[in-house]
Write a protein that binds this ligand. Structure first.
Ligand code: C5P
Length: 242
């Protein structure tokens, strides 16, 4: 197949023009970055695993009525998705204290939160994705109040569904990041879940041992990074038994 035109290269993915108008090919790289790209590395096989894991989770979410950009997986490292206008927000959901929440508020990692907490960050590498409030989002026109209501509704459904699905395979969904995009159909705007859902943007802990099964293994140099991603895929039933 002729090489498609590259539209964008991010830290972990490359986007190519899709075969039909309104489609995009997402290519999953093995590159990993952390701490706003101050730490860089490669996790062998990560791209292949994230492509599969994200396909699986986006498909399950579509089945319960969450609109997503995912169309189909094309091969080991590529998936076809709908072209969307990305809303410049990272929507983080937290169920258990960890990461920047623990650091910022001094809450011990592993503390179950009284309820799920949603946070918004402005997607801007140059500014290192600063945390913003609904006030900033509406004042600067990144999303309307109605968009935010819809995003919160979808995000809470995604959290409920994924928390249950993962707990069923012995994994606690500690926190995760979602991105949303706009699609226009017959002059109507629809919000859809975009980007990816994988151990790169979720914190996943083994329910019995508390062992980390996500990108924190890379961020904190804990070793066995690829093995952890593989174990997530295996438990979800999308890898043949070793
Ligand atoms: O670092 P922090 O604790 O704020 O991250 C919360 C969640 O959001 C983690 O699961 C992390 O993997 C995800 N995240 C992300 N991309 C970012 C920042 C955070 O996927 N740029």
């Amino acid at each position: 197949m002729a090489r498609r035109r590259q539209l964008y290269e991010g830290k972990a993915k490359i986007l190519f023009e899709g075969p039909e108008p309104g489609t995009i090919v997402q290519y999953f790289k093995d590159d990993a970055t952390a701490f706003n790209a101050q730490k860089k590395g490669t996790i062998t096989g990560k791209g292949v695993l994230n492509n599969r894991i994200s396909e699986y989770l986006m498909t399950r979410l579509a089945e319960i009525g969450i609109p997503t950009h995912f169309i189909r997986r094309l091969n080991m490292r590529e998936q076809l998705v709908r072209e969307v206008e990305i809303i410049p927000l990272e929507v983080v959901v937290r169920n258990v204290a960890a990461g920047s929440l623990s650091t910022r508020l001094g809450i011990q990692e592993g503390t179950r939160l009284p309820r799920s907490i949603i946070e918004y960050y402005y997607k801007n590498d140059g500014l290192q994705d600063p945390m913003v409030s609904e006030e900033h989002i509406t004042a600067f026109g990144w999303a309307s109040t109605q968009d935010i209501d819809e995003i919160v509704q979808m995000t809470l459904r995604v959290n409920d569904f994924l928390s249950g699905l993962l707990l069923g395979v012995g994994i606690v969904l500690v926190d995760f990041k979602l991105e949303f995009g706009r699609i226009w159909e017959n002059d109507e705007m629809r919000l859809v879940l975009a980007d990816e859902i994988s151990p790169d943007n979720c914190r996943l802990w083994d329910a019995k041992t508390g062992e980390k099964m996500d990108k924190d293994r890379f961020r904190r140099d804990l070793g066995k990074v690829e093995e952890a991603y593989q174990e997530v895929a295996r438990r979800l039933g999308i890898l043949p038994e070793a």
